[in-house]
Design a protein around this ligand. Sequence first.
Ligand code: UD1
Length: 423
Amino acid sequence: MRLTGLRRLSGEVTVNGAKNAALPCLAAALLSDEPSRITRVPNIEDVRRLIDILAFVGVEVEFASGDVVINPVGACDGALPDSLASALRASFLIMGPALARTGTASCGAPGGDVIGARPLDVHLAGFRALGAKIETVGGRTIAEAPHGLRGATMVLDYPSVLGTENLLLAAVLAKGRSRIVNAAMEPEISCLADMLNGMGARISGAGQHTITIDGVERLSGADHELIPDRIETGTLLISAVATRGDIRLLGVQPEHNEALLGKLAEIGADVGRGQDQIEVRVDADAALQATNLQALPFPGFATDLQAPITALLTQVQGTSIVHERVFENRMQHLDELRKFGANIIAGGVAPVIIGPTPFTAALVRGSDIRATAALIVAALAAKGESRIYGVEHLARGYADLPGQLRALGADIEQLPMLDTLNH
Ligand code: UD1
């Protein structure tokens, strides 16, 4: 990708549906033998990969203009080969529905961004509590519950997002009452629970620490709209501040981004919230100030915005400390940010950023979805024409970030495939 920086972003764009809500909601459609329709689905690579997986396990899927229609055509075959499992992290979300529907499920090691060890113990302990027998053979997880799942209290060692979702997906058809204690509270969990309740599930407390699920015998098809993508929202807002811009985002839920909005205001941006809009504006002569932050589970500052805001903090006055407390290996963007001129003292999971340093264009490579987004933020603030490689990561998680930025006035362009492959 080619990006010429120092253009002030202005104007308005509409945010897409949430990647991290689309994935569990697509998996949830496996719980019914009736057709389901999910709307506002972002056209991203991870969604397309999960759709391939759903097709493999026994449903017909149509995806057009943001709508996915899922039509169960056979028994759900919950045995996922390694090649499909490794395509994305959320492939493991097949386990919960397959166990619930058929009493058997198996999945190769899931893929996804390499940002830490990402174990599966929370998922497996929960499946065991629901009565499944679990074996792990050569990285492959095999689960059996020949007599069906029964409700249980599951106290999570960590409020894992996909872990909470997988256990919710398994427990909705279990016999009796389940409780997920120390559940993840991300808005995507509530989005999934809303979809399941619309299908006839009995879930309460989603979005809180403890979720209660009263098992039901069957679920009907769904007609469900996804929530807006709060990480895309955050990336655009950070991009605007990095260019001292003035933008308005439409179709958002400001309450999903409170931690970020608080930090942007602290830095010195003017932040405005409407019912489904967010505005952010920085005057050309405003003095932006350093801040410290910790990436935490929701409602804390989102780890998925840690890399992008680190890029922004290189451009503000003073010393900032960014402490990553969710993933132990999510600092691969720092060396790339230094290529633009960033002054960052690495401190393991808590680097110290000393700003502002004027950025000059660089040739850089993204290592994962959000690290690549951070390099775009950096290039927007850099003098000259940058080249950003590794944008295939970006396509996994953002429907059209370059297009949205272009609509806001950025000079950004996808390079021909050959140029991308040569680097
Ligand atoms: C989800 C999001 C990802 C986001 C992350 C944290 C999706 C598809 N992805 O990933 O974008 O960055 O939440 O908000 O929704 N852990 C365990 N044991 C487990 C599972 C996780 O120790 O069984 C640890 C992980 O190693 C990590 C932390 O928990 O340190 C958070 O991981 P988790 O919440 O599971 O992230 P994901 O659900 O994989």
